[in-house]
Design a protein around this ligand. Structure first.
Ligand code: NOJ
Ligand code: CA
Length: 556
């Protein structure tokens, strides 16, 4: 018995600049590699990854076989939240290089046939942004304060926050301003750290400014934006209390007066018109097919996420339900089905992701050690066989685990300092990559890296894994090569095939994927010719023994 899940939209040839969602486009099948710039490659030896370092490693990404690169924020920033606190949206932080370096990186990427997506942070800026500094200087009642959310406090002396909202990094979402004479005055809203004041998106100047920022980077030639906190820009009118004192947590999908408000969609329709004005960058061999935006939108349901992807809004949204699914056949199948069902009505491609710079790396989530890595390798093959587009997080192709024993003194995650129970949640997945050599910083750069790398990573470097057919890196390279070669992969549909409990099996045109999520091997009928497997498989006549926690790709 099989089950058809989504219409086949496998035509990759018909894309045109400005075309609405639902047709072809490079992004519908793309594998997009997330470069966490600080931790990817250090070009100048200060221990911090930068744009020249990333540029020098573009050939590695081309060789890996990805289609596009997403760069995390490299803008001028005091780095209170790893660059998600932007002081100047049109400037590169000297820590990361110069605007010329950004331009050179984009040109080199295009010459290699890679697209470049940059991070856009519209919900909040840095407290060092000129607008905010000036708003503080000009005092209560000044028009510049209207570009943020300033409010008098509650209580007899304004000593209580204006409402009961908590920051996603812990503590109240409001900070009280102290004026130059030491007197306490208004409060301002920050859903994240106090150094990240929220913009007031009801203000026309904010909307104009972001239109201009979009154009600035589109004019430079970038292929798209990853929209940070895309669900947060518009707040419920009057900033109403939630009515309960709730710890928020960064990965939040509750219904809240500051998330997923209907008003955000008007902003994305506006942005889509701008994106569509820009022709695609001519990238060989496939030609350019327009600029895209991908939403970081934590919403209560996949249906709510799909609303960001209506034909006149954004192109993709991260599939956080998939990140959150564990190593469990029924759970994964349910998320896959729900995703394809939710995306079909809006004509958007599904996206899949296992890790990013905000979550524990998946080999560790899947149990760690050898078993975690086995599962991670199988999970990668499963994900790359699903219909749609895929996001990879730097280092997952090496099988890197989370670093769980970083000393407190090196931690930088603001949630660690705000003490809300997610201690160090995000430093352990941001440890700089091992490229080569047997001692830290393992070719990351000429100097000590900003976070220390574990001694075991000498066995997980790009150099060590290259050419070793058993390595995770060669598994990813082979999978990405086959993904390009086999016409049934990428955008399209899938049909589930009958399989024993704990095993997932599905067909795509000319292709079958089998995943055994059980802790023991299973005997199955051979569906075709094995083309790739996350563990060695033994085919005996009509039957195959699929090992525990493994995935096999078949050509049929
Ligand atoms: C989501 C980003 O991925 C995360 O790293 C950041 O802290 C928050 N948004 C706030 O910008
Ligand atoms: Ca550097």
């Amino acid at each position: 018995m099989t089950q058809e899940l989504a219409p086949d939209v496998h035509d990759r040839s018909a894309g045109r600049p400005g075309e609405g969602t639902g047709g072809a486009g490079w992004w519908r099948s793309a594998v997009i590699y997330q470069v966490y710039v600080r931790s990817f490659a250090d070009g100048n030896g200060d221990g911090i990854g930068d744009l020249p370092g990333a540029r020098a490693r573009l050939p590695y990404l081309k060789g890996l076989g990805v289609d596009a690169v997403w760069l995390t924020p490299f803008y001028a920033s005091p780095q209170a939240d790893g660059g998600y606190d932007v002081a100047d949206y049109r400037a590169v932080d000297p820590m990361f290089g110069t605007l010329t370096d950004a331009d050179d990186l984009v040109r080199d990427a295009h010459a290699l046939g890679l697209r470049v997506i940059v991070d856009l942070v519209p919900n909040h800026c840095s407290d060092q942004h000129e607008w905010f500094k000036q708003a503080l200087r000009e005092g209560p009642g000044s028009p510049l304060r209207e570009r943020f959310h300033f409010r008098p406090g509650k209580g007899a002396h304004g000593e209580l926050p204006p409402n009961d909202w908590n920051s996603l990094f812990g503590g109240p979402a409001w900070t009280r301003v102290t004026d130059p004479d030491g007197a306490q005055e208004e409060w301002y809203l920050h859903l994240f750290a106090p150094e990240q004041p929220d913009f007031n998106w009801e203000h026309p100047a904010v909307r104009d400014e972001f239109r201009s920022i979009l154009r600035f980077w589109l004019d430079l030639g970038i292929d798209g934006f990853r929209v940070d906190v895309a669900h947060g820009l518009v707040k419920a009118a009057g900033l109403p209390d939630i009515g309960r004192n709730e710890e928020m947590g960064l990965l939040n999908t509750q219904e809240l007066p500051f998330f997923d408000q209907d008003g955000v969609h008007e902003i994305y329709r506006d942005w889509r018109r701008i994106l569509d004005e820009y022709p695609g960058v001519g990238v060989p061999p496939a030609g350019g097919w327009g600029r895209i935006a991908v939403a970081e939108a934590w919403t209560p349901t996949l249906e709510r996420s799909a609303r960001y992807l209506r034909p006149d809004e954004l192109h993709q949204a991260f599939n956080f339900e998939y990140v959150m699914a564990g190593w469990d056949a029924a759970g994964l199948r349910a998320v896959i089905d729900e995703t394809l069902r939710a995306m079909a009505p809006v004509g958007a491609p599904a996206t899949w992701v296992l890790s990013n710079h905000d979550v524990v790396r998946h080999p560790t989530r899947y149990g760690g050690g050898e078993r975690g890595l086995r599962r991670a390798r199988a999970a990668a093959l499963l994900m790359l066989a699903l219909p749609g587009s895929t996001y990879l997080y730097q280092g997952e192709e090496l099988g890197l685990p989370e670093v769980t024993d970083l000393p407190d003194e090196v931690r930088q995650d603001p949630s660690f300092f705000r003490d809300n129970g997610q201690e160090g949640l995000r430093d352990g997945c941001r440890v700089p990559l091992p490229w080569s050599g047997d001692r830290p910083p393992y070719g990351f750069g000429p100097g000590d890296s900003w976070l220390p790398q574990p001694p075991e990573w000498k066995d997980l470097s790009v150099e060590v894994e290259t050419g070793n057919p058993a390595s995770t890196l060669e598994l990813y390279r082979a999978a990405l090569r086959l993904r390009r070669e086999l016409p049934g992969l990428g955008d399209g549909s899938l049909s589930w095939l009958d399989s024993p409990e704990g095993v997932l099996s599905f067909a795509r045109p000319g292709f079958v994927c089998t995943v055994n999520l059980l802790g023991h091997a299973v005997e199955l009928p051979v569906p075709g010719r094995p083309v790739l497997a996350s563990e060695p498989v033994a085919v005996e006549g009509e039957m195959v023994r699929v090992p525990a926690d493994s995935c096999v790709w078949w050509a049929v």
